[in-house]
Design a protein around this ligand. Structure first.
Ligand SMILES: [Zn+2]
Length: 116
C-alpha cells in the first residue's frame, strides 16, 4: 500500500494537505492536533491523529485524520519507522542535529548500530 492508496480511499486532494517539514517529531505532531484540532483531511471532523506523508509530486504534507478515517486506512498507511541500519542511523543523526548535540555512531556490520 502507498500513501496514494490512503488519499484515494479517503477522497483527499493531495494539493489540499498542508505542507509539512521533512523532519518532524512526535511532539510537533501532538502540538498540531492539540485543541483546537485541525479538520480531518478525509471528512472534516476534528482530527485525532496526524502524520507526515511524503506525497509524490507534493513533498511532505500533514495528513490529519479523525479516529474513523485513521482506522479505515491504518493498514494502508506506509510506516515512517526506519527499518534498516542506514535509516536508523540517518534518523539518529537528524535528531542530533535538530537537538544541537554531538552524536557519534559506530556501526558494527554484524551487530548493528551503537551510539554514545
Ligand atoms: Zn475523518
Amino acid at each position: 500500500m502507498s500513501i496514494d492508496d490512503v488519499l484515494r480511499h479517503l477522497g483527499i486532494d493531495p494539493a489540499a494537505l498542508a505542507p509539512a517539514p521533512p523532519q518532524w517529531s512526535g511532539r510537533e505532531a501532538s502540538a498540531r492536533i492539540a485543541a483546537p484540532p485541525p479538520p480531518c483531511a478525509g471528512c472534516g471532523q476534528p482530527a485525532r491523529a496526524t502524520t507526515v506523508a511524503d506525497v509524490p509530486g507534493h513533498g511532505p504534507r500533514w495528513l490529519d485524520r479523525c479516529r474513523a478515517c485513521l482506522l479505515a486506512t491504518i493498514d494502508m498507511t506506509p510506516s515512517r519507522m526506519p527499518s534498516t541500519t542506514e535509516e536508523i542511523v540517518a534518523d539518529l543523526r537528524a535528531g542530533a542535529v535538530k537537538a544541537g548535540v554531538s552524536l557519534g555512531i559506530a556501526v558494527d556490520q554484524h551487530k548493528g548500530a551503537r551510539h554514545g
